[in-house]
Design a protein around this ligand. Sequence first.
Ligand code: ATP
Length: 892
Amino acid sequence: MEAPCILENPHTLPPEEAARRLGVDPSRGLSSEEARERLERCGPNVIEAGKKRGFLETFLEQFKNMFVVMLLVATAFSFYVGETVDALLILAIVVFMAVMGAVQEYRAERILEALRRLASPRARVLRDGRVVAVDASEVVPGDIIVVMEGDRVPADARLLEAKSLYVDESMLTGESVPVAKRADVTLPGDTIEPERVNMLYAGTFIVRGAGRAVVTATGRNTYMGRIARMVAEAGEERTPFQLELDRLAKRIAVMVTAIAAAAFTVGYLLREASLVNLLLTSIALAVAAVPEGLPAIVVIAFSIAAWNMARRNALVRRLAAVEALGSASVVATDKTGTLTMNEMTVRQLHTPDGGVYTVTGEGYSLEGGVYEGDRRVTVEDSPLLRLAALVAALNNNAAIEDGRVHGDPLEAALLVLAHKLGLDPGDARRRYRRLREIGFSSERKRMTVVVEGQEGILVLSKGAPEVIIERSSSYMTRGGSVKPLGVEERRELLRRVEEVAARGFRLLALAYRRGGAEDLEAGEDEVESRLTLLGFVAVIDPPRPEVPEAVRRALEAGIRVVMVTGDHPSTARAVAEMIGLPRGRVVTGQELERMSDEELRDIAEEVAIFARVTPEHKARIVKAYKERGHIVAVTGDGVNDAPALKLADIGVAMGKRGTEVAKEAADIILLDDNFATIVAAVEEGRRSFDNVKRTVLYLLSANLAEVATVFYAAVRGIGVIFNAAMLLWLNVVTDGFPAAGLAFERAEPDAMKRPPRRRGQPILGKPQFTYLALLATVETLLTLGLYHLYAPRGPGYGRAAAFLGLMYAELAQSLALRRLNTPISLGMLASNKQWLLGYLAGAVLAALAVTALAGLFHAAGLGLGDVAAIYLLAHLVVLGYEESRKRLGLHV
Ligand code: ATP
């Protein structure tokens, strides 16, 4: 019997029974063949089942264009009336164009797919009796998965075995406390998902322990998949540029159809070609001149950019984000871990009575000690040091193994401090049983544990100094006596906090209280009160070395960098100074609470730092900048950051620290959590935007020149200057090769020196339309001029010269457009291989068409001397015109 793709209600079954029904031996796992078969049958383990187009399909889609179909029909007709050579030539060119188009689109799609694969996690499964790592998308129902601390659960699964297994299911339930899981229970059928302790759910994280489980559902059948399905998924998203170009292409289609009809009528009146030929020519004109490929070019340019961004550690989840990045004008960034290294070292321990102990050593190495002047001190020396070390070691969920930190780096630094004070945290954790934990959150800015040891029950708290001071009623001196905390003392302590923070230290206060059984039941506020302050530690988290340069580049590019941090305003200001952020107003979360949205919007431009804010404030900050017309990027990692990430134009999630929720909400994932990567991504965004622009301008002006030439020629009585085959050939020479190459152009030298685009500024505004009109006029005049120059030798010569002239003019223009507004130079010729190949191929194809192949096009063959002369003339005219335009400051 075939194993099912979903096992219903697995939580009601004993583990062995679940495995049996899923047709797997839990000690060996599935065989590779069985796994392959199930993958085929049940589908990949992904939530968005993206449809994959093969090359053939992509190729055939190129013919879904109305004009191409008309052309094929007309070609068939001309075949029928006996114009076999013409018909075959047209057919060959059309197929060639379709292949070119398909190759490009196919490549873009493969790039996007590769990107998606990069983003997909891996999973450990038991296959053929061995544990192997596979792509999480290849996990199938019945697989035995092996999970351990730090893993993301790849699919829904029934536990077979769990060793002190704790799972973070906050992405599903919003509950941030890890859930304890066990294998040895069966549950009633109506147990709701969050309470099925014998199940693992796709997308959740193992925070502690290890386990084995049998997969009961994959992909869209998982709990996460069902939720995702409810959150209605939008169809294939198009970027604003694509929509703009879609609209433009439609308008051009109408215009071109009119012109083609006019050319047809004039030709008919002049009776200079057969009806079939005229028809073919007019339709070919439409095929050549309607830029159907424009929206696809956006995809191509943006997917190249997305690929480059991935290489620079920024994974793009939505293509539209590439476009938005290119125009980002505000980056609101977290401090810890993004601007700084998130490598914490405790440097000082300040006591409430004004003493300062110095802590030596670096990072998470246990070397170093705590000193009072020259004298090393330990927990033996005073009750204060002993209690401080206890808070550091026990109010702590981090671990350090072989120098690697698991958990919060700040807490890891506290473990190191405990060590340096002579207290072994592992030993302390054995001696004191943890009875309760009131977890840390950015909103609460504090954390408390209740422990029980020989001396009874203790409440141990740590958190932001203001918060802990407020909740303390007394303090301990170095001598060990406990004194009441009066108004005066509080003021003095806050002044010292301010002073130490201003030197760039992060501060964390430590406090304790003797507790009792009531502390296990009492409300959080009740437990975290009447504390005795033990002092505060000053922690250094150095800025990332590459950040100052990145900040400088961002500022130069006209981008406002705003720090949004949960940290103390003075610490934030000191770090801002270190990384070169311009000075500005510092707004705290408290002030923000009192401000209306309008007030916030009014001062937004002056603010440099938002300090002591919570994730909820972030969304308001993003909104304020958006309302001022900015295009806003915001970073985030926590579950509560999701609204801000969604609201922003560009949500940036942290790849290392980020929760799955934040990543899901984001447009871009920073693999290295680094601010510098955002700036690099902006640069790629700007580059791809320029490339879209140059390709669009190139194609449109080339097409416009073709239409204008045909039209003028008709009006001036020259008649049908280009036949169908010529028009299509022109299109291959211009669209096919150099245009594709332009999408690969490198960043312009001034790309990061100009201000960002304004919100909603179209690609094609007035300056661009002026550009198109002028350039098309220049090229048309050149083409008609060449016709008249060569026509005296015979009309076949005139047509050949005009044909070649226009092709070379367009190639010359592709060269000029490699810099939109700055002069080109010889040195950059070879810097874009794709373009260079396209240009050379185009030049050769152009020459072939008027020499060896001239007969096919019903043109007279030109000599090589003529070809060279026309090449030079076309380049002289077009480059001369373009470079003057750039110098005159007529920017596009
Ligand atoms: P950023 O928002 O730039 O990442 P941050 O990490 O300081 O900065 P939060 O994580 O919101 O922001 O922390 C706010 C404050 O809470 C910190 O400045 C610190 O005083 C305190 N704090 C941080 N981590 C803990 C913790 N594990 N336990 C107790 N208090 C903490």
